[in-house]
Design a protein around this ligand. Sequence first.
Ligand code: PLP
Length: 452
Amino acid sequence: FDKTAYWQDIDQAHHIHPFTDTADLNNRGTRVITRAEGVFIEDSNGKRYLDGMAGLWCVNVGYGRKELAEVAYKQMLELPYYNNFFQCANTPAIELSKVLAEITPDGLNHVFYANSGSEANDTVVRMVRQYWKLKGTPERSVIISRKNAYHGSTVAGSSLGGMAGMHAQGGPLLPDVVHIDQPYWYGEGGDHTPEEFGLIAARKLEEKIEELGADRVGAFIGEPIQGAGGVIIPPSTYWPEIQRICKKYDILLIADEVICGFGRTGAWFGSDTFDIKPDLMPMAKGMSSGYLPISAVMVGDRVADVLINECGEFTHGFTYSGHPACAAVALENIRILRDEKMVERVKDDIGPYFAKALKTLEDHPLVGAVETVGLIAGMPLVDDKKTRKMFDKPGTVGTICRDACVANGVIMRACGDRMVLSPPLCITKEEIDELVKRARAAFDETAKKIGK
Ligand code: PLP
């Protein structure tokens, strides 16, 4: 009995995969993942892979943490479900609110729960628009985002996102969302220094506000580091200038921390790393290390004061907002991050080691640069290192390289032709060495395949 073939047949007959070309899937056969431990995942044929992506940028504490399973089990026996609507609340959700207020930047003292990053961003859109409505200026409904941003797959999430491929599918987008250029120096910075280009990219926000009229613009949204866009780390000048512009025009600043949050950048949040002072902060993924689905929007005092005191009932919520088992797992996950000093370890020890080890790949003819912050990295595969010229058909070389990584037992993602990494925060130095070794083998195979 071929277990793998059994699962593959059923999968292909009935399962619609997210972000997957079905013809391609059927051609290659589904890779059925059956178990995981630490930073390794294993498929149904027993092949092990070093998971350089922590699942989808989310398994921050690593796989196989029994404490998380145990708190979920205990909570499910005690109170498997009760909602937080109307006058009710469950105790894990209450406790988690306090802990989130403690670990997030100053001034973010209130939390609204949802189940995914996409839902958190939908919530943000409704909050922004309701805020300005309550302030007597409902026409400030425009939200400015960036090209190549990723904010989720719901209608609001995909509209906020700046992925051309997503905009082309699924019908009309949400109105009053506009996009400016991203701060992508390597690909778009031309002859400017990164610092100059950071200012140029940030000032696109000011230009857009002037074009639309400040009385129409309600908020700007950005990931501190664009994740799915290819780990685009903004130049140091970018966020301070964005902050200045938002302040000048009295525009709400939304930092989408779905990837950057919970230690990824070597601080609790990307906003800490880049000194961003957001009014609203959606988060998900690392909040529970992906063990159960939970997300949240941290709401700053400015917005909370209006939404809480002047709105009456904010008609918004999900059946599972603050689900007790998910909240209990998130609490335990944060306890692990805190007690094991994982965030400090990313900043002071394993993050610098990761950067140094990966940098050794910069001598590879395909690798244009190795860009890292904490435990997140982006590496453009390039046609010409000197001129930073990318390949003509974006994504082709990246896909070849991604497949070569899988063949070499390491999970790396290709965002177009940028290879990205976001391993579990518990990764050891030996595992990083192993990751780099396997990545180099994959890059070599890719170069050979494309005749470089
Ligand atoms: N925002 C960012 C920055 C993300 O990277 C993602 C997912 O990758 C989302 C939002 C959407 O989160 P979810 O897939 O949980 O809906």
